[in-house]
Design a protein around this ligand. Sequence first.
Ligand SMILES: Cc1cc2nc3c(=O)[nH]c(=O)nc-3n(C[C@H](O)[C@H](O)[C@H](O)COP(=O)(O)OP(=O)(O)OC[C@H]3O[C@@H](n4cnc5c(N)ncnc54)[C@H](O)[C@@H]3O)c2cc1C
Ligand SMILES: NC(=O)C1=CN([C@@H]2O[C@H](COP(=O)(O)OP(=O)(O)OC[C@H]3O[C@@H](n4cnc5c(N)ncnc54)[C@H](OP(=O)(O)O)[C@@H]3O)[C@@H](O)[C@H]2O)C=CC1
Ligand code: HEM
Ligand SMILES: [Cu+2]
Ligand SMILES: [Fe+3]
Length: 488
Amino acid sequence: MSGEMDKPLISRRLVDSDGSLAEVPNKAPKVGILGSGDFARSLATRLVGSGFSVVVGSRNPKRTAGLFPSAAQVTFQEEAVSSPQVIFVAMFREHYSSLCSLSDQLAGKILVDVSNPTEKEHLQQQQSNAEYLASLFPACTVVKAFNVISAWALQAGPKDGNRQVLICSDQLEAKHTISEMARAMGFTPLDMGSLASAREIEAIPLRLFPSWKVPTLLALGLFVFFYAYNFTRDVLHPYVRKHENKFYKMPLSVVNTTLPCVAYVLLSLVYLPGVLAAALQLKRGTKYQRFPDWLDHWLQHRKQIGLLSFFFGVLHALYSFCLPLRRSHRYDLVNLAVKQVLANKSHLWVEEEVWRMEIYLSLGVLALGTLSLLAVTSLPSIANSLNWKEFSFVQSTLGFVALMLTTLHTLTYGWTRAFEENHYKFYLPPTFTLTLFLPCVIILAKGLFLLPCLSLRLTKIRRGWEKDGAVKFMLPADHRQGEKTSHV
Ligand SMILES: Cc1cc2nc3c(=O)[nH]c(=O)nc-3n(C[C@H](O)[C@H](O)[C@H](O)COP(=O)(O)OP(=O)(O)OC[C@H]3O[C@@H](n4cnc5c(N)ncnc54)[C@H](O)[C@@H]3O)c2cc1C
Ligand SMILES: NC(=O)C1=CN([C@@H]2O[C@H](COP(=O)(O)OP(=O)(O)OC[C@H]3O[C@@H](n4cnc5c(N)ncnc54)[C@H](OP(=O)(O)O)[C@@H]3O)[C@@H](O)[C@H]2O)C=CC1
Ligand code: HEM
Ligand SMILES: [Cu+2]
Ligand SMILES: [Fe+3]
């Protein structure tokens, strides 16, 4: 734990209230840490590296002293809390009460609660860990901070991962002190208000990609559905009807009929809500009415659904490149050649099939290329370099172009199969026909919205015009209080 970590990351200068930089007095400010676990160790290392003087309070300082940087003083709890004004409590909630014997020494000091509850604790306990700590030590000021930073991120310094430290407390002064400390350690403090926000802050590390949950479940659901459908058609049907063993198709072939279908359906689900929204606005004759919750939610999750569609599209492309590499493919080719020789046929070449394949592959590549533009512009650094018009051109117009290209890719792939009886296995139509329904609805609707009468009306509505005379800025009738929908 030496080397780079011991160097101050940021020189010990603090920003005065008037915004000017003030040199901190030479004597390093003293900070206490209770606990000697992973978090305490990383915190001590970071604090020492940022120019603080650290004293650690442990129940067994002899055993733990070796684990801390040599600059940190490790001692008994009572001694550690006596002089610093700021004390980090790097312990779990269930052990807070063991500190009660220290309450006299702790009185008047700032206690920083860094703890994270488990999912179960978070649901069971009404009181946040920080509020519980405050209730145990009424004579102290409790600040909630640093729980969103992992011990690892503290160790590595703020070069990796999220730099934000969410801070809340009932006392402004204490919050300011801890904010400046976070800044000195190279993090970005974010004021979250009073200690009542602690529960919310404690919930953050429990979340795992919140805005991705529904889109991911949707994608998985579609995958399971299409896989089962394709399995039934491509594997089960030949087995049941002709006792043919086609189970080898399960890992690659069936997957590659499934992936593109998921990608395609997801892509249409990105552009469907815009069409529904436009239709709703046309029907209502106003834009000053909230969309129903489900539509609002759907509109907000388009980015995630779109990126998932891109992901499945990329997988489909990679799997497609592997199709001719398969051993089964080679056997098929050789067997076909042998059959031809036996039948005394030569020069097998169906012009229509050749063209169809050349075209559908080309369209697939174009579709994926267009989709990658959308994916690239959704990176924040690129999105920030585009103005609003440019961004919406890529997302809305090019996205629609990608949908069109995919539709053409699918149509040229499917060709006349939808109309041939031998392609209906167990009366199930070929898979691609299922996926074509939504995109066709969208393309049709977009076409309709281009009709002068509708497009003029839509433009007027989007500029604030309303069906019933003058522009009104009324709260919609169905607006219930306390209802929040934007949460991404
Ligand atoms: C790979 C990928 C990445 C994506 N990344 C992002 C992302 O980073 N951020 C993001 O927000 N989305 C992202 N998306 C989702 C999607 O591209 C956008 O939400 C896109 O703006 C949706 O376009 P839209 O035309 O359906 O909707 P909108 O642009 O919201 O328009 C809604 C409807 O109104 C119509 N309309 C719009 N303006 C007017 C007007 N002035 N006059 C008349 N009619 C109008 C449109 O034709 C449409 O029918 C991504 C999608 C994919 C596939
Ligand atoms: N690890 C991480 O990445 C993160 C941890 N946190 C939070 O930091 C806190 C500490 O976590 P972590 O360091 O990982 O946990 P550890 O189990 O590694 O450390 C807990 C420490 O608490 C001290 N302690 C004091 N009294 C008791 C007691 N009665 N029983 C047991 N231990 C006691 C122990 O030190 P001693 O024996 O020296 O007294 C022990 O080392 C937790 O609240 C956690 O939620 C927050 C963000 C990230
Ligand atoms: C480099 C890009 C692409 C290539 C090389 C490619 C190639 C292919 C191939 C070889 C097939 C036939 C699969 C089979 O024989 O089972 C196919 C089908 C299909 N592709 Fe693509 N594709 C590409 C991009 C895309 C994209 C981006 C999408 C959608 C977002 C897509 C959607 C489809 C669909 C829906 C089918 C029909 C699946 C079925 O019902 O069997 N493709 N593609
Ligand atoms: Cu949501
Ligand atoms: Fe939600």
